[in-house]
Write a protein that binds this ligand. Structure first.
Ligand SMILES: [Zn+2]
Length: 129
């Protein structure tokens, strides 16, 4: 169920960026989702379709890239893949001093937008500065 909250976050980032770019419509969204987030692609897509209705992001194509989990041991400096469920010890030396260095992000990498027709704007002066 936590995909609902994260998808709301994604959508607001996308809509803000689209507005800043003066976009009429969002065409594609590139997302990076870490495998350790526990988020399910299909749920994100489902909520996105639902939440984006009536917004410029409606009908946008979601491209989801999975980022593998990675850990770094502070004791022996090993780097190793981490898969859920996370076991908080180093697989090489058994140290509990590990740091998760990858796979926990869920970020919008980039969006592709369509701009409105030049002649449709009658918004007055462009923003100053
Ligand atoms: Zn270690």
């Amino acid at each position: 169920m936590h995909e609902l909250a994260i998808t709301q976050g994604i959508l607001s980032v996308v809509l803000e960026a689209a507005e800043a770019a003066g976009a009429r419509r969002v065409r594609t969204i590139d997302l990076t989702v870490g495998t350790l987030t526990g988020y399910v692609d299909e749920s994100i897509r489902f909520y996105f379709d639902l939440l984006s209705r009536g917004t410029p992001a409606e009908g946008a194509v979601l491209r989801i890239r999975r980022e593998p989990g990675e850990g770094h041991c502070q004791t022996c400096e090993a780097r190793f893949p981490v898969e859920p469920p996370v076991i908080p010890t180093c697989p090489f030396c058994g140290s509990p001093q590990i740091r998760i260095t990858g796979g926990t992000r869920c970020v919008v990498e980039r969006i592709e937008v369509e701009h409105g027709d030049e002649h449709s704007g009658c918004e007055g002066n462009p923003p100053g500065q």
